[in-house]
Design a protein around this ligand. Structure first.
Ligand SMILES: CC(=O)SCCNC(=O)CCNC(=O)[C@H](O)C(C)(C)COP(=O)(O)OP(=O)(O)OC[C@H]1O[C@@H](n2cnc3c(N)ncnc32)[C@H](O)[C@@H]1OP(=O)(O)O
Ligand SMILES: O=C([O-])CC(=O)C(=O)O
Length: 372
């Protein structure tokens, strides 16, 4: 679309919409930093809890700060009866992202201080969501399987507790570490579509729950977070590495997008992929997952050969979550458990220096005319 006298930026591509101090994506050097720290180093040296604290506070926690932060998270995991009842009434056929979106809406409706302004009040709401979202996800997951809910275990760390509530057991530490890596890598990525949706809602002075609900809706789509589910469905369809090239050629001939490839900002590969691929390799080694690693390598190479397009983070995350035992439609909800940190940090940043987000459009309809 273009207009004779207006430059149109479709999809806001290349538009710098505001400043942020939360993370920096530099496609030229293929780097991503959270408050200045490279994500690769954060994955090597920190837990997801430490990174969550960093995203909200701009600094890594001291030991005391971390202790307090972790205690708060562990003490807030339980759900109220209204949320549990509503989760129990949802059709089990609905996508788990619908369940998360609905539950966040219920938590907002239940919160009498929903509209309270100020950083402290909103940070507390953000941390409570970070603590409760895994419980919501696991409760819905178990219900769909016809299984009883497993209560959160306050003796377990964030990632261990996700496994415990879903499967009733915590896997090998290497698997938990790979999951933790995925949480760190998924936590924050500047003005991506779901974060921007949260900022748009916040910019009208609406409440944090409404902004998070919008963000969940935006993340669900397969061009964004929904791609990690689409990747695994695609890999199952390919089935065997030997079929990858022929399968890809068919997709490209049919002008189909290949899920888990390409990125709006990165042009030469996603900074997070090597770290997540390493985690996937570890998980595959521990779970008899060589078949999916082979499909991964074959598709990655074929896509480079055919289109020179690199994988994004959803490409290694999809098979990693699959090998960890999660149902495919739980993959984007897992993304939510992490991105709640980035979303809400942006909500707080938007609230602190607000300007209504309202771009212009170039009109292409009929000229003004009288109503007949
Ligand atoms: C965590 C995340 O959200 S990461 C993103 C997850 N999403 C996906 O993996 C979905 C698949 N990827 C895509 O659809 C795209 O790469 C997007 C949406 C992520 C980025 O898209 P944009 O920046 O708008 O680029 P656009 O879609 O215009 O692609 C540019 C060109 O590359 C091609 N291309 C980009 N990605 C892909 C892909 N995955 N498969 C096939 N072709 C692709 C397009 O067809 C287009 O080619 P053309 O110029 O010949 O028409
Ligand atoms: O930045 C984007 O457009 C999408 C993405 O990778 C993310 O949100 O993690």
């Amino acid at each position: 679309m273009s207009s004779s006298d207006t430059e149109v930026h479709r999809g806001l591509a290349g538009v710098v919409a505001d400043t942020t101090s939360i993370s920096k994506v530099v496609p030229e050097t293929n780097s991503l930093t959270y408050s200045g720290y490279p994500v690769q180093e954060l994955c090597a040296k920190c837990s997801f809890e430490q990174v969550a604290y960093l995203i909200w506070h701009g600094e890594l926690p001291t030991e005391d700060q971390l202790r307090g932060f972790v205690e708060t998270e562990r003490s807030q995991r339980e759900l109220g009866s209204a949320t549990l009842e509503i989760l129990d009434r949802l059709p089990t056929t609905c996508h788990p992202m619908d369940a998360l979106r609905t539950a966040v809406s219920v938590l907002g409706a239940e919160d009498e201080t929903e509209d309270e302004p100020g950083r402290e009040a909103n940070l507390a709401k953000a941390q409570a969501l970070y603590a409760k979202l895994p419980t919501i996800m696991a409760a819905f997951y178990r219900r769909r399987q016809g299984l009883d809910r497993i209560a959160p275990d306050p003796s377990l760390g964030f990632s261990e507790n996700v496994f415990q509530m879903c499967f009733g057991k915590v896997p090998a530490p290497e698997i938990v570490a790979a999951f933790d890596t995925s949480m760190i890598l998924y936590a924050e990525h500047s003005f991506n579509a779901s974060t921007f949706a949260a900022r748009v809602v916040t910019s009208t002075l609406s409440d944090l729950y409404s902004a998070v609900t919008a963000a969940i809706g935006a993340l669900k789509g397969p061009l964004h977070g929904g791609a990690n589910e689409a990747v695994m469905r695609m890999m199952l369809d390919v089935g065997d590495a030997d079929r990858a090239v022929a399968w890809l050629d068919e997709q490209l001939a049919a002008k189909q997008k290949v899920m888990g490839f390409g990125h709006r900002v990165y042009r030469n590969g996603d900074s997070r992929v090597p770290t997540m691929k390493e985690a996937l390799i570890k998980v595959a080694g521990l779970t008899d997952g060589q078949q999916w690693l082979d499909v991964y390598q074959a598709l990655e190479q074929a896509m480079l050969d055919r289109k020179n397009i690199h994988p994004n983070l959803d490409f290694p995350s999809g098979p990693a979550y699959y090998l960890m035992g999660f149902d495919i439609d739980m993959f984007t909800p897992l993304f939510v458990l992490s991105r709640i940190t980035g979303w809400t940090a942006h909500i707080l940043e938007q609230q602190a220096a607000n300007s209504l987000i309202r771009p212009l459009s170039a009109y292409t309809g009929p000229e003004q005319r009288p109503v007949p």
